[in-house]
Every structure is written in structure tokens, then in C-alpha cells.
Design a protein around this ligand. Sequence first.
Ligand code: ASP
Length: 451
Amino acid sequence: MKVVKFGGSSLANGEQFDKVINIVTSDDDRKVIVTSAPGKRFDGDIKVTDLLIKYANLVLENKDYQDVYNKIVDRYQEISNYYKLSSDTIDKIKAKLTDLATSNYKDDEHLMAAFKAHGEFLNAITLADVLNSKGIKAKFLDPKEIGFLVGGEPNNADVLPETYANLAKIKFDDSKIVFPGFFGYSKDGDIFTFSRGGSDITGAILSRGFNADLYENFTDVDAIYVANNHIVKNPEAIKKMSYREMRELSYAGFSVFQDEAIIPAVEGQVPVNVKNTNDPQKPGTLIVPSQFLFNPANPITGIASSDRFSALYIHRYLLNKEVGFTLKLLQIFYKYGISYEHMPSGIDDLTVIFDKSKLDSETIKNLCNDVKKALNPDYIEWIDDYAIIMVVGEGLAHTVDTVSKIIDSLTEKNIAIDMINQGASRISIMIGTQVKDAKDAVRDIYDTFFN
Ligand code: ASP
């Protein structure tokens, strides 16, 4: 059995729905369909999720929302007209959208989550109605009824273990199951959404819960590429990669998945196939457990880069001999509730790398002052201009010359390396550079190993 998830652009209008229907009916194993909200139909179009956020904000501000309400209805109306559905479907949708504005919520966060979730909720209802209207048996599954339970925060949910037990109880018949992505219910019965892009997480949870043979994730690209195609021209597609390669690359900037999105599939050891709704014959990229990857052809699978980092550089003579230095430093981070990303160190030097988006300038100032007071460093610098390039491959563990090749190629192009660290996982090499050099570095490394 396969769980198939479709992204927003795959379900943006009637023509895209046709492709989805062809895909799900061409394989009986494609039993469970996870929907996203209707996405962009063209450049400059607005995703339904973003319209719903606007709708929520207008309700919160007590402002007139009729215009945005109509825009949302129009998106579903367009699909409904395309298939000449009876008015029942659009009536259901209008009623649910109207209810949103008049229901009671615990607070603004709960309200926002409920609004946001309706993009996928209403699209799943629509798709189930479309399938049935074409004589393809399909059942909409309501996350509330089946006990798709989540905890965490209203707009940043985590799945609860009970969900897996509840999913295991579901019996399959000859109908396709249509399930809305992106949200679940708290134990109090409130809607909580995952973080943005979270329909992928729903697909991964269902794959694990139903013990699927494959999780097919349909999007609008042919495959995951070795490097970002805005940086490298026509990069090679990755045919097969391991879960942990995917995780490291998403972390450092690959945008196909957020880095934690497929964790439930990993826990259930369900292979993930990223495919293109617009060209479903193409093999896409298969993401599998590491033990299925013997002898990769190239030591490197992917090269990612991200400039969302900042670094704190500390120099202190004889740092290596000082007991408790790092402990004191970590206590300061703890005091400010900050987690760090990496901490490469030398004899007298230590660099701590942070995710910039989690810090504000006030915190940085206070943190640096505390470090000066508590640790009395000889030199301390906050480096905002910091990019990380992650070179990832299961094959790295079996080769000896990869690092030297990377260093040679960057030296030749006069790119200064601020930091290099072969990760503890042995499948990644992390390189810190200035932001201005990051793209060139990615291109050089790509050329060295793939051209
Ligand atoms: N519709 C949601 C979003 O735009 C979730 C998703 O597309 O996966 O973030």
C-alpha cells in the first residue's frame, strides 16, 4: 500500500486535479491520498493558506473580510465548476468558511490555526467529492473522527503517539482514502497545525501509521537535485539517497522538505519517493534507509548552502587547559534559552554557530556581555556574515581524498574557508565561508565532483 501526498501546486485547479486523478487511479496500491491546500496557479498567485491567514487577521482586527472570503470561495468554486459538481460541495465549503469567523476560540493562536487548516480540509472534501462524481470510490477521513491527535502549540504541533495506535485501527476497503494534510486535533478537540509546509509531515505520519510500502510525495519538480538550480546550471538529479543525507541537506538549505518533515517515515522505515505530478513517469528521487545504499557512485550526494547563520568566535590562550570553560559558556546560552547549531573548537579558539532567525540584536548584545564577564576571553567577535556549505554523502565515510579535493578547489578560486568540520555523522563536511563566497563555493565543489 502506498500513501500519496500532493503539494499545493499539484492541487491548484481543475487541470491539476485531473493529473492527480490519473496518478491515483493508475495504481491500485495508491490507497491513501493526502491533500495540501490549493497553491499557486501562476506566478504571483496567492496560496489559499495565505488567503486564510489574511482572513484570520481581518477577523481578529474586526475588519471587513468579505473580499478575501470571496477569493477563497472562488478557488474551490473554480474546481467545482470544472467538474460540474452539484452545489452540495460548494455549499459545504461556504458554510465551513463562514463558521470560522463566528466560532469561539481559546485565543488568537487557536483561531489562526483553525483558519489555516481549512485550506487542506476543504481541498480534501472537494477531492473526495470529485473522485466520487467520476465513479471512483473515495472516502474523506476526518482527522478528528479517527483520532489524529497532536500536542505542542496551536501553530507548531507535534504528533502524539496515540495517533499511531488510532491509525492502526482503520480498516481499508475498496475506497481510496482522502486525508487533509497539515493539521490534527489537540486532546481538547482544538485544531493545531504543523509548521508551514506541514502536509508533508501528515503524509509521513500516515505512512508510518498504516505501515505503507512507499510514501510518494508529489510536487512540481522532477527530482531532488545535487545542488540548487539557481546556483548551479542544470544540476544532476539525485536518484537515490539515504534518510540522513536528506536530513542534513534539508537542514542546510535544500527546500524540498523541511528537515524534520519525513521523520515519521524514517521511524517507520518507509521509503519516500519524491515525484513530479506534471511528469509522473519520471523516477524522481528515492529516499531510503542508509543500509540500502551500497557503493554510491559518487562520494557526494548533495551540496547545500545556507546563510541563515551567525557565529560567536572566542579566543583565549590556554583554553584547552581550562576546566569548565565550555560549561560556563553553555550556562549563558541556557540562561537566554538559546540552542546552538555547531561548536567547532581549536586549542585556544572556539566558534559557536547559531541559527540567526532565533536571535534578536538585544539578546546578542547581552549574551556577548555575559561571555566577556564570565569567561574573560582575549578576543571575542560576533560574526553575522556567515554561510555554511554542507557537502553530504554516504560515500564520504569510504573515501580519503574528498576533503583535500574540496580545499584545493576552493583555494584555486581564492575562497577563504573560515571553518571546516567533518561532521560526527561521517557523512557530511561542513564548511563555513563568508556569505559573498557561498554560491561560488557550491559551484566549485559541484564542478569538481560532477563535471
Ligand atoms: N498549506 C500549508 C502551507 O502552505 C501546508 C502545506 O502546503 O504543506 O504551509
